[in-house]
Design a protein around this ligand. Structure first.
Ligand SMILES: *Cc1c(COP(=O)(O)O)cnc(C)c1O
Length: 453
C-alpha cells in the first residue's frame, strides 16, 4: 500500500533549533550600523529586538533549545505533515519521488508563526508591552498577531495602504487575534505624516511601513520591533521545519537529492534546507543540491549583487552583506507579495556565494501554472509565493523524466493560498501579467548601495 503522508508524534517534535553558522567555515561578515557604517554591536540592536534574539543572532552554537512555552504553542499545529506527492508524480509521469513539507496547517496558514511565537515569547521575557511591525499582504502581521495573543502582548501592525484597502480578510484575521492594524502611511508617525503631506493618497510600500513600525517601536516605552524574515534568529526558528522533515524522510526511507524552497527573505526555504545543508557542510552529503527560488520581479540572487546594503528603504535597520537589487528597488506588483523583498538573508547569500546553494527565478504565470497542476493532483492550493517552489520542483521532476533518473525531491509548501485566490482568478482569466525587469532599472537601483571601505 502506498503511503501518502508521514506524521511525527508530538513527543517526537524536535526540542532544539539548528544554527547553520556553527557549521559554516566562512559565516557572513558582521552587520554595519545604518548611519555610521561601523561594525554594529549587540548594544546597537538592543532597542530594536528582544535580548534573546540578539544573542541568537550572534550565536555560533549548533543547537539552541526551544523554550518549553514555545514548544507548547508549536504543538497546536506541529509537527506538521510531510507528504509524498504520488498523484502529482503520476500526473507528471516522472520517475522522480516528490515529497513536500506542509506548513499551511498553522492557524495563520504559513510557516511564519514558527518565528512569531518565539519572538513573542522572548518579548514577554523582556517584560515588553507589545511589538510594532509592518506587513504587506498580511501574512506576517497575522502570524505576529496570533503569537501576541498567545502571550498577552499588544501587536501594532502598519499595513501597506493599498493592501489594507484591497485585502480586508487578512486585516480581519489580525483584528480577530487582537492586533491593531493601521494603513501605512499613517498619521501616527513622523515618517508616515511626512509622506502623507507630499501625497495624501500614497498607496504605501513595505519600506515606508518598516520605517513607521521602527519609529513606533523606538518612541513607545515597552515596545520593540518584530521581523518576519532575513535575520539569522528568524532562520534559526524556522529550522523546526527541516528538523521535522529529516525525521519524516527517515520514516519514508529516503534522503533528498534536491531540497527546494521559495525565497523572499529566505526564511522558509532556509528553515527546510539548513538541517539538510548541515550534511553538505560537514561533507556527509556533498552532492545534495539546495535550491532557493525567487521571483523574476525581484531577482536579488539571480541578477542582484553580493554586497553590503541597507535592509530597509528608510535606512534605519542594519546594513548587511547580502544578495540585493538595492534598498530603493520597487518591484513590479506580482501576486507573490512575500517575494518582493529587495535583499536576501545573509546566511543564504553567503552559502550561494560559496557554492553550497543554487538560485533560480520564475515569472508568475509559469509559477501559477505549476501550482495549478499541483492542485489538480494533490488538492492543495498553495500561496503564490509557494507556487515558485512548486514550479522549480516541476522542472526538476521533468528533468528526471528526460534523463530517466529517480531523484528524490523535497520542497517546502510554505503556505496556503486561500487569501490569494485573486492570483488564481487572474490566471484563469488570462489577466495575469509577467513583468520584464529592464537591466537599466536594476543598474539604477544598484547605484544606491553604500560605499564600504
Ligand atoms: C512570507 C512568505 C514567504 C516568503 O518569505 P520567506 O522569509 O522567504 O520565507 C513565502 N511563502 C509564504 C507562504 C509566505 O507567507
Amino acid at each position: 500500500m502506498k503511503q501518502y503522508k508521514y506524521f511525527l508524534q508530538e513527543k517526537d517534535m524536535p526540542t532544539h533549533w539548528y544554527n547553520v553558522t556553527a557549521d559554516m567555515k566562512n559565516p557572513p561578515p558582521p552587520y554595519l550600523h545604518p548611519a555610521t557604517l561601523n561594525i554594529m554591536t549587540p548594544e546597537d540592536l538592543a532597542p530594536v529586538f528582544p535580548s534573546a534574539c540578539i544573542e541568537q543572532e550572534a550565536s555560533r552554537e549548533q543547537f539552541i533549545e526551544i523554550p518549553e512555552e514555545v514548544q507548547e504553542i508549536y504543538r497546536l499545529w506541529r509537527p506538521s505533515p510531510l507528504f509524498r506527492a504520488h498523484r502529482w508524480e503520476k500526473a507528471l509521469d516522472t520517475p522522480a519521488k516528490i515529497y513536500y513539507k506542509w506548513e499551511g496547517v498553522s492557524a495563520a496558514g504559513s510557516h511564519k508563526p514558527n518565528t512569531a511565537v518565539a519572538q513573542a515569547y522572548y518579548g514577554k521575557q523582556d517584560g515588553l508591552e507589545g511589538f510594532a511591525t509592518e506587513t504587506g499582504a498580511g501574512q506576517w502581521g497575522s502570524a505576529l498577531s496570533l503569537a501576541g495573543q498567545m502571550f498577552g502582548l499588544k501587536i501594532k501592525v502598519f499595513m501597506v495602504a493599498i493592501s489594507y484597502q484591497q485585502k480586508p480578510y487578512r486585516r480581519i484575521m489580525m483584528e480577530t487575534w487582537g492586533g491593531e492594524v493601521v494603513a501605512s502611511p499613517s498619521t501616527q508617525t513622523h515618517a508616515g505624516r511626512a509622506i502623507l503631506e507630499q501625497d495624501p493618497d500614497s498607496p504605501g510600500s513595505l519600506g515606508i511601513a518598516i520605517g513607521e513600525a521602527l519609529e513606533y517601536a523606538m518612541t513607545h516605552d515597552g515596545y520593540k520591533y518584530a521581523l518576519g524574515s532575513v535575520v539569522n534568529f528568524v532562520l534559526i526558528h524556522q529550522t523546526i521545519i527541516g528538523l521535522e522533515a529529516r525525521k519524516q524522510m527517515e520514516m519514508a526511507g529516503d534522503y533528498p537529492d534536491i531540497v527546494i524552497g521559495c525565497a523572499g527573505g529566505g526564511s522558509n526555504a532556509a528553515g527546510l534546507i539548513y538541517p539538510f545543508m548541515k550534511d553538505k557542510l560537514t561533507g556527509d552529503k556533498p552532492n545534495l543540491r539546495a535550491l532557493f527560488v525567487e521571483s523574476t520581479a525581484c531577482p536579488s540572487m539571480t541578477r542582484g549583487r553580493y554586497a553590503y546594503d541597507w535592509g530597509d528603504t528608510a535606512k534605519t535597520g542594519p546594513v548587511t552583506m547580502m544578495h540585493t537589487v538595492g534598498h530603493g528597488f520597487i518591484p513590479a506588483p506580482v501576486h507573490a507579495g512575500g517575494l518582493r523583498y529587495h535583499g536576501m538573508a545573509p546566511t543564504v547569500s553567503a552559502l550561494l556565494d560559496q557554492g553550497f546553494a543554487e538560485a533560480r527565478a520564475y515569472h508568475q504565470i509559469e509559477a501559477l501554472e505549476a501550482a495549478h497542476s499541483f492542485a489538480a493532483s494533490e488538492g492543495t492550493i498553495v500561496a503564490p509565493e509557494t507556487a515558485h517552489a512548486v514550479k522549480a520542483t516541476y522542472d526538476e521532476a521533468m528533468a528526471c523524466k528526460e534523463s530517466g533518473e529517480a531523484k528524490v525531491i523535497l520542497f517546502n509548501a510554505s503556505g496556503h493560498g486561500h487569501f490569494d485566490l485573486a492570483a488564481y482568478d487572474a490566471y484563469h482569466r488570462h489577466a495575469l501579467l509577467d513583468y520584464r525587469l529592464e537591466e537599466a532599472k536594476l543598474q539604477e537601483a544598484l547605484k544606491t548601495l553604500p560605499k564600504i571601505s
